[in-house]
Design a protein around this ligand. Structure first.
Ligand code: ZN
Length: 299
């Protein structure tokens, strides 16, 4: 990308933190800020203040990419495009992020509104572990669990968008004498069983403080391997990337590969599992780099 490339703006609009950035090349961020997600007005006003500051330094941006937490209306044909749908997060249900930003920033140009996980998948595909692959699944395991998909290099939507955090899981807790599920909607789903809060609720200690040889990780690997099996059988990706804070636990991804191998029964002719199930190449930057990449694609 030459220095003449137009300025682009990106927002990783996560449920716990917001990241805002401007760049000319998505992998070379010029200015960035991150702050906790609060109510919509406060959060978005902080984003607006950042882009005003960026404008003073670098001029107007030409396109904006937003990767948001869900559920969200990401269908460009919908009259509610840009809106957060029904969520337990206070104040956000029905709030239209795109309209708010367009108005406050006086930006009539192109804006793309995607899920944060699809944006992360785009970032990984362009600059991270997903280079040279066309069908990528990016799963983030943290406060919640979400999955982004690139199908033939395009973000995959459905009627709405996939929410793999709520795929049904068998109860493996009982094998460990436990019964923890933190999803208020489902009796046994992936997020309810395997998110960061589930680990902490089950063992009484945050995952980050549990030693590598704690049984928590055996159970965690089993749930994540089941998710990977379900995705392999229903969608057949080239690559599954395990991101988010929980996946960073040393040794966990290796355990997932082992469990996956056992569960798969040798049925699929897959690449070696250390290639098929990977950690992100961009670490925590996948979401914001992906949002900037989506903006660049609009130019
Ligand atoms: Zn659920």
């Amino acid at each position: 990308m030459s220095e003449e490339s137009p300025l682009i703006a990106g927002i990783e609009a996560g449920g716990t933190k917001y990241v805002c950035a401007v760049a000319k090349n998505p992998s070379e961020i010029l200015l960035e800020t991150r702050f906790p997600t609060r109510n919509p007005e406060e959060t978005l006003q902080e984003a607006v203040a950042f882009f005003h500051k960026a404008k003073e330094k670098y001029g107007n941006f030409h396109a904006m990419g937003i990767g948001t937490f869900g559920p969200a209306d990401i269908d460009p044909r919908s009259p509610d495009y840009g809106q957060i749908l029904t969520t337990p997060k206070e104040g956000w249900s029905g709030f239209n992020i795109v309209n708010f930003l367009r108005e406050e920033l006086k930006h009539p140009g192109p804006v793309v509104f995607e899920t944060d996980v699809n944006a992360a998948a785009v970032g990984e595909a362009e600059f991270g572990a997903g280079k040279h692959f066309r069908n990528i699944c990016y799963i983030t395991i943290g406060t919640g669990i979400g999955g982004g998909f690139l199908s033939e290099e395009q973000p995959l939507h459905g009627r709405m968008h996939p929410e793999i955090g709520h795929m049904v899981m068998p109860d493996l807790d009982h094998e460990f004498g436990k019964g923890t599920n933190v999803c208020p909607f489902h009796s046994s789903c992936l997020e309810g069983r395997a998110s960061g809060p589930a680990i902490e609720a089950r063992w009484g200690t945050p995952g980050g403080e549990l030693p590598e040889d704690h049984p928590a990780w055996e159970l965690q690997a089993k749930y994540l391997a089941l998710a990977a099996i379900n995705l392999t059988s229903t969608w057949s990706p080239d690559l599954i990337i395990l991101g988010g804070g929980v996946s960073q636990k040393s040794g966990l991804v290796d355990r997932v590969r082992k469990e996956f191998e056992e569960l798969s029964g040798g049925y699929w002719a897959l690449p070696p599992l250390d290639r098929y199930i990977q950690t992100p190449g961009l670490d925590q930057q996948a979401g914001i780099v992906g949002a900037l990449t989506l903006a660049q694609l609009l130019l």
